[in-house]
Design a protein around this ligand. Structure first.
Ligand code: ATR
Length: 279
């Protein structure tokens, strides 16, 4: 036991981690609110992940974010896993509890929904089917969140069809699987459309699925935020969709962790976006 208050530490564990924008984001919030604390990038290899994670509370860490390639592994190690993290199959936010237990949550879905609520306040998730391109790790958080806010029909298409079939198994009968070669057909009547593939990301292949069937007034969003305006969003906007870029998902998924670790709920606003974009 120490007899003086320790400055709370948090950070992000990844491998690699140098590209992470989380230190810029949390560092900005710490300065903005004049809080004592530090947020540190921690490059830890998979073989050292468990030992490294368990050592952190003794060094003064109150929690961490966890990113690739550790997000699934964290579920095995944590003592307490939230229901949503278990359903998604991955966690990104750790709280080191005073009783020594490791608490793991997944806030990606919260971030996804908060981004849409902030930037399209009149969005009605129950107003029609949702269409999701892609069935990778990020899609699991998006699908879980859409179903949680009441989407009644969740259409999904993935290049590797088996992965999308797995969503039907894991998330239930509201999930309808479409073939990747006919993914554009998901758009008919869909009021929410999400790209969760890496298509359109800087340095990756373009998003080339025709969006002719996009409903004017549908809400389109991308989890990719480099570039901010992806090919998918440009095309969706040209078809009359309302578009919300993916940067807000990154910013909002960080809110619950920061609040738990440092005791202040941070606000996501234009300045936050600017700081993270220029990081
Ligand atoms: P993440 O955790 O970011 O979702 P991921 O689990 O690797 O990462 O998933 C990436 C998604 O992008 C998957 O849906 C992937 O499709 P596959 O499951 O078939 O791999 C999709 N994706 C990546 N490159 C693609 C491409 N060239 N064409 C179509 N889909 C692609």
């Amino acid at each position: 036991m120490t007899d003086h208050p320790r400055i709370p530490l948090a950070g992000v564990i990844g491998h690699p981690v140098a590209h992470s924008r989380s230190p810029a984001l949390h560092g900005f919030w710490l300065r903005r609110y004049g809080l004592q604390g530090h947020y540190i990038p921690l490059d830890i290899a998979p073989s050292d992940f468990e030992a490294g994670l368990r050592m952190l509370p003794r060094l003064g860490f109150v929690g961490v974010n966890v990113t690739l390639p550790h997000k699934e592994n964290l579920l095995r190690i944590a003592d307490i896993v939230t229901d949503r993290a278990a359903l998604i199959g991955a966690a990104n936010t750790v709280i080191f509890r005073k009783d020594g237990k490791i608490h793991a949550d997944n806030t990606d879905g919260l971030g996804f929904i908060a981004n849409l609520r902030q930037n399209a306040p009149d969005w009605q998730p129950k107003s029609g089917p949702a269409a999701v391109f892609g069935a990778g790790g990020a899609a699991r958080a998006v699908v879980a969140a859409l179903l949680e806010v009441g989407v009644q029909e969740l259409r999904i298409a993935n290049r590797t069809r088996l992965r999308a079939e797995g969503f039907r198994h894991d998330f239930g009968a509201k999930v309808v699987v479409y073939d990747w070669t006919q993914a554009g057909q998901m758009l008919e009547g869909a009021t929410t459309v999400v790209n969760t593939t890496s298509l359109g990301m800087t340095g990756k292949a373009d998003f080339t699925i025709p969006l002719d069937g996009m409903e004017p007034g549908a809400l389109a969003t991308d989890i990719v935020y480099t570039p901010l305006k992806t090919g998918f969003l440009i095309e969706a906007e040209a078809r009359g969709a309302r578009v919300v870029d993916g940067l807000g998902m990154l910013l909002h998924q960080a809110v619950p962790g920061f609040e738990r670790w440092f005791g202040q709920r941070p606000t996501v606003d234009e300045e936050t976006r600017r700081v993270v974009l220029s990081a």
